[in-house]
Design a protein around this ligand. Structure first.
Ligand code: PMP
Length: 415
C-alpha cells in the first residue's frame, strides 16, 4: 500500500512565535526528576498551595447539583454580578454585568482582547521585562510588538517619558502588568497617573491592565487600577483571574472588564472558539469572591507566606557578590540581574564557559539542581527569573545550592 503523503505546511504566522522558556526549562527539570535526580523547580508561576476549602466545596456542590451544562458564553449572571461588585468595591471600577467577559483563565482574556482590538500592523506596546506571552500574542494577531526596556535601577517601572517617546500613529494597545510577572514591580498611583496622561493624549491608544497578581502585594506597596483614573475607563481593558491569589491555576477561570464595545467583540471571538468557561469553575469563582476583599483570611495567609519567602530569597541573593536586585513589591517572582556571571571569560568548574543566561540556567539546573528561567524569554537577557511559590525550607535549600555553585573557588565571573 502506498504511503500517504501529508502536506506538513503550517500557518506561516507560527514562524514568528517562540516557545515559552518557562515550559522548556520546566520540562528539562521534569525529565531530570524522572531520572531520579533531585531537582528543585523554581521555574513555574504556580502557587504551591491547595485551593481554599470553601472554593473546592462550591465546585463539588456544582457537580452534585448538576451545574454541569454550558453557561451563557460570557459567563453566568451570578458570577458576572459578583465580579462587578468586587471591581467596584476594591478597584473603584464601575461596570455592568454586560461589560464583563468570563474566560478560561486570564490568558484567554488577554488573547481575545488583543485579537479584538488590534488590526494588522498595529503596535502593541509592551514594557520589558514582560510576561512571556504578551509579544507572542501580538505577533499571532498580526500586530507588531514594540518593546520598551526598563531597568532594575528604574524599579522596572515604565516612565511616562519613555512611553511618550515610543508612540506612533499605529500605537493601539499598551499592556501593563501590575504587580508584575516577572519583576514583582507594583506601579504607584502617581506613576499610573503620569502614564494615563500620555495615553489620554493619543487618539487611538488603549491600555490592557493585567491585574492577576493584584492581591499578592507587600506593604507599603498597594495595588491601583489604571482604569479607575479620570478619563481612563473608556480606554481601559482590565484583566483579572483566580489562578494566582486563590491558588486555582487548574480551574482555568479569569475575566475581562471594559467598555461593552470591546468586551462584546472579545465575547464574539470566544463564542466561535471555546464558548463559556467551565460551569463548575464559575460556581467556584463565586465562592472565591465571597471570601471577601483581598480573598479573605484564606488568601491572606498565603500572601503572608509569599512575603516571608520573598524576604528570605532577597537576603540570600543580596549576599551573593555580583547580583543586582530590585526588591519585588508583589507577585511571587524575583528577577535578579546576573550579567556578571555570564559573557566573555565566565566559566564554571566541571561545566565550562557560560556565555549567556540560557547556559547559566542550564549550569544551575545541572550543577546546583535548581530550575530557574533565563531572562531572555521575558525580554531581559541579563536576568534570571526565580519563582518563590515553594515552601520556605525547600526554597532555602535551593538558594544554598545556588550560592554554593557560584563560589569563587568554582565559578569565574565575566571579564
Ligand atoms: N498574566 C500574567 C502576568 C501571568 O503571570 C499569568 C499566568 N502565568 C496569566 C496572565 C494567565 O493566568 P491564567 O490564564 O492562569 O488565569
Amino acid at each position: 500500500m502506498a504511503t500517504a503523503i501529508v502536506d506538513q505546511a503550517l500557518n506561516p504566522i507560527l514562524a514568528t512565535v517562540k516557545p515559552s522558556k518557562t515550559i522548556v526549562f520546566t520540562d528539562m527539570a521534569t525529565q531530570m526528576k524522572e531520572q531520579g535526580i533531585d531537582v528543585i523547580s523554581l521555574s513555574v508561576g504556580e502557587p504551591d498551595f491547595d485551593t481554599p476549602a470553601p472554593i473546592v466545596k462550591a465546585g463539588m456542590d456544582a457537580l452534585t447539583q448538576g451545574k454541569t451544562r454550558y453557561t451563557p458564553n460570557a459567563g453566568s449572571t451570578i458570577l458576572k454580578k459578583a465580579i462587578c461588585k468586587k471591581l467596584l468595591e476594591e478597584n473603584g471600577l464601575s461596570y455592568k454585568p454586560e461589560e464583563i467577559l468570563v474566560t478560561n483563565g486570564a490568558k484567554q482574556a488577554i488573547w481575545q482582547a488583543v485579537l479584538a482590538t488590534c488590526a494588522q500592523g498595529d503596535e502593541v506596546i509592551i514594557p520589558s521585562p514582560y510576561w512571556t506571552s504578551y509579544p507572542e500574542m501580538a505577533s499571532l494577531a498580526h500586530a507588531q510588538p514594540v518593546i520598551i526596556e526598563t531597568t532594575p535601577e528604574e524599579g522596572f517601572i515604565l516612565s511616562s517619558d519613555k512611553l511618550k517617546a515610543a508612540l506612533t500613529p499605529r500605537s493601539r494597545l499598551l499592556i501593563l502588568c501590575t504587580p508584575s510577572n516577572p519583576t514583582g514591580a507594583v506601579y504607584t498611583k502617581a506613576q499610573l497617573e503620569a502614564i494615563a496622561e500620555v495615553i489620554k493624549s493619543h487618539p487611538r491608544l488603549l491600555v490592557l491592565s493585567d491585574e492577576i497578581y493584584e492581591y499578592i502585594v507587600y506593604k507599603p506597596a498597594a495595588h491601583h487600577s489604571i482604569g479607575a483614573l479620570p478619563g481612563m475607563w473608556e480606554r481601559t481593558l482590565t484583566v483579572n483571574g483566580f489562578s494566582k491569589a486563590y491558588a486555582m491555576t487548574g480551574w482555568r477561570l479569569g475575566y475581562l472588564a471594559g467598555p461593552k464595545h470591546f468586551t462584546q467583540a472579545s465575547a464574539l471571538i470566544q463564542s466561535q472558539s471555546t464558548s463559556c468557561a467551565s460551569s463548575i469553575s464559575q460556581a467556584a469563582g463565586v465562592a472565591a469572591l465571597e471570601l471577601g476583599p483581598g480573598g479573605g483570611a484564606e488568601c491572606a495567609s498565603m500572601i503572608r507566606a509569599f512575603e516571608e519567602r520573598k524576604s528570605m530569597i532577597v537576603e540570600k541573593l543580596r549576599a551573593i557578590p555580583g547580583v543586582n536586585l530590585a526588591e519585588p513589591q508583589g507577585a511571587f517572582y524575583v528577577l535578579p540581574e546576573m550579567s556578571a556571571f555570564f559573557g566573555p571569560g565566565a566559566e564554571a568548574k566541571d561545566f565550562g564557559p557560560i556565555p549567556d543566561s540560557d547556559t547559566f540556567c542550564i549550569y544551575l539546573m545541572k550543577n546546583a539542581r535548581v530550575a530557574v528561567v533565563p531572562g531572555e524569554g521575558f525580554g531581559s537577557p541579563n536576568c534570571i527569573r526565580i519563582s518563590y511559590a515553594m515552601d520556605i525550607a525547600t526554597l532555602e535549600k535551593a538558594m544554598d545550592r545556588i550560592t554554593k555553585c557560584l563560589e569563587p573557588s568554582i565559578y569565574r565571573m565575566r571579564n
